[in-house]
Design a protein around this ligand. Structure first.
Ligand SMILES: [Zn+2]
Length: 491
């Protein structure tokens, strides 16, 4: 009997745009590539959708072929989409998310002729999202038409004439105090500060948003963002902050009319100026800007209080919300915010003071982490052996000191690498600091939340009626990773 095998029904999507980069591929060439993929995979092409000269970036423009494809997909007329490049399919993150949902929920297959998008893997989805973010960032700043001379300047990576970005002079030289502000804005946003908080900090708002009697000592505004007069004299607002965060010039990419300029091979042209942020940070910021709910990080959402959305109700497990001066869940807990925060902050400071802090952190690369742990043990053994040798008068004091100093320095480097492995988020600046407790005491709200999220889970339980004093047994603070699985309660 023949092996039972369902034929995969494939749809091909083709789009030609009149893009000024001139790398637009003729529809026929796209079609050939896509049909070849179908043949190679043994898929049956059941429909081909084509849009001509229509931008994938403007959602007000109608794309009849695309719309028909979406409708046909809803009617389950095909199982797979083949397109030449993700850019051809969509440049709108929201549409991309719909296709990702279709891929994860209904098993839609999506392949591109250049082999980049495979929505069935985490890596493929991440890549697709980054790519959509970059496209989005490029098109959002589309504006003035460009002259041939401007285009030439941009292709050579020279700064655009007559337009100065905050942080640079017209020639592309750095304006130090502005550049410092730009870096701080990118860092603060990537760490979870809201656009509003950043705008307020630039505006010089007072750090007075603290509740009376609240011992949290946590600043609501990002701590490193300096006061900076806006260039048009109007108050900073989330839109002007966004415009800065969207500007690819800060990552060192040449741009023209709001788009990243690419060379004939499609690579971004490097500008002839010093970048203010790394391309990784810039991309991370674009990803956060494109995430409307900012839901990629629990700790990073736009919050005013230490524990809202972060602490959990011990009964139902749902995150608690702020309600007046309290934290509450839908029906189980209603606890004093200042009391709980003070307890949590004390517990966090105690955790940060532990010499085995690195052991408490979640580990991303466990293999390398094991190597490092062993290497640290080896160096500690070396010190112990040298001490024994010295005690037995086999070596003299100066040699013992030499061995000990050398080993201790090695340990310092190894521990530093261990921390970089374990911490890659907003909490890193605190956890990697020479004194994490000090750094925590100076952290802003977003950082403090990230540290709590990295280190532990906080669960609130109902407090017995009629008791004013806080019963620490009703607040469970469990380190995320520790040698013992037992839960620690607050001090
Ligand atoms: Zn609950």
């Amino acid at each position: 009997m023949a092996e039972k095998r369902e034929t995969i029904r494939a749809a091909i999507y083709l789009r030609i745009s009149l893009d000024q980069t001139g790398e637009g591929l003729a529809v026929e060439r796209q079609r050939e590539d896509c049909e070849r993929i179908a043949r190679e995979r043994g898929w049956t092409v059941v429909a081909t959708y084509t849009d001509n000269s229509i931008s994938a970036s403007d959602k007000t423009k109608v794309r009849p072929g695309y719309d028909r494809m979406v409708a046909d997909h809803a009617r389950r007329r095909f199982d797979a989409i083949i397109c030449w490049d993700l850019d051809r399919l969509t440049r709108q993150p929201r549409q991309l998310e719909d296709w990702i949902d279709a891929a994860t929920d209904r098993g839609l297959l999506l392949v591109t002729a250049n082999g980049e998008a495979d929505l069935s893997t985490d890596g493929g989805r991440l890549f697709a999202r980054i790519k959509a973010s970059v496209s989005r960032a490029e098109i959002e700043r589309k504006g003035a038409r460009q002259s041939a001379a401007q285009r030439q300047r941009a292709a050579m990576g020279r700064p655009p004439r007559g337009i100065r970005a905050t942080g640079y002079t017209l020639n592309g030289d750095i304006v130090p105090h502005e550049a410092e502000a730009v870096r701080a804005i990118f860092t603060a946003f990537s760490k979870g500060s809201s656009l509003k908080a950043i705008a307020a900090a630039l505006q010089g708002a007072k750090q007075a948003e603290r509740d009376a009697g609240d011992r949290t000592m946590v600043q609501v505004l990002p701590s490193n963002v300096p006061v900076l007069p806006s260039r048009n004299g109007r108050p900073w607002n989330p839109t002007t902050v966004t415009a800065m965060l969207r500007n690819p010039r800060y990552a060192g990419w040449s741009m023209l009319a709001g788009e990243i300029v690419r060379d004939s091979a499609g690579n971004p042209v490097q500008g002839q100026w010093e970048p203010l942020v790394t391309d990784t940070l810039w991309l991370e910021v674009q990803r956060r800007l494109d995430d409307p709910a900012r839901k990629s990080s629990r700790a990073g959402t736009d919050r005013k209080h230490l524990g809202s959305g972060l602490y959990l109700c011990g009964i139902c497990g749902q995150p608690v919300k702020s309600h007046g001066t309290r934290y509450r869940c839908a029906g189980h807990v209603m606890r004093s915010r200042s009391q709980i925060d003070a307890l949590v902050l004390d517990a966090i400071r105690a955790l940060l003071a532990r010499p085995d802090l690195a052991d408490l952190l979640p580990v991303a690369d466990s293999e390398r982490a094991n190597e490092l742990r062993q290497a640290v043990t080896k160096q500690r053994d070396r010190i112990a052996r040298a001490r024994a040798d010295y005690a037995a008068e086999l070596i003299d004091g100066s040699l013992y000191k030499e061995i000990k100093d050398d080993a201790e320095q090695a340990i310092q480097f190894l521990e530093a690498e261990r921390l970089t492995l374990t911490v890659g988020d907003a909490s890193a600046s605190v956890l990697r600091a020479a004194s994490p407790v000090d750094a925590f005491n100076h952290a802003d709200l977003a950082e403090a939340r990230a540290v709590i999220d990295t280190l532990c889970t906080v669960r609130l339980y109902p407090a017995p009626r009629g008791r004013k004093a806080l019963d620490p047994e009703t607040v469970k603070i469990a380190p995320r990773q520790s040698d013992s699985a037992s839960e620690r309660t607050g001090p």
